[in-house]
Design a protein around this ligand. Structure first.
Ligand code: FES
Length: 151
């Protein structure tokens, strides 16, 4: 880029401008991915609602003592939430919300909560509050020697 002799602005090379614009695009994609993209209408980057992620049977999630009675614990990497509705009764559920594919991110007041549109699921995965209409898919788990593992 060439400026007239009396122009004091600093020219910005076209290549540098393109790099900045490309970086902005990457940042925007990252923001969508971080929120699970549930608020968008483009499902190409989302899990499909109801998809059940795979995990190798026997994969240890953690100690059963981490799962409170009347609550649950989210294992983000395995995309599974394990609940304990009653002492010694463990239930594994997918963390992928059946409404639009966001990832549930909390277990509070006896419910599993999706941050995208505030669907709430019971500790058995049943819909307590929409907009979701389908329960969270079951993800069987086993408990042995105080550890929870994928079945
Ligand atoms: S994706 Fe809409 S409530 Fe979970």
């Amino acid at each position: 880029m060439t400026l007239p002799e009396n122009d004091t602005r600093t020219p910005v090379p076209a290549v540098a401008r393109r790099a900045v614009l490309a970086g902005a695009g990457v940042a925007a994609v990252g923001a969508v991915a971080a929120c699970g993209g549930g608020a968008t209408t483009d499902d190409t980057e989302q899990q499909q609602a109801g998809d059940v992620p795979q995990g190798a049977p026997g994969t240890v999630l953690g100690p059963a003592s981490e799962v409170p009675v009347g609550g649950g614990k989210i294992y983000s990497e395995a995309q599974i939430v394990v609940t304990q509705p009653a002492a010694g009764q463990f239930t594994g559920l997918s963390t992928i919300c059946t409404h639009a594919g966001c990832t549930v991110n909390a277990v509070a007041d006896g419910a599993i909560v999706c941050p995208c549109h505030q669907s709430r699921f019971g500790l058995d995965g049943a819909v307590v509050q929409g907009p979701a209409t389908q329960p969270l898919p079951q993800r069987p788990v086993t408990v042995a020697d105080g550890s929870i593992a994928l079945a």
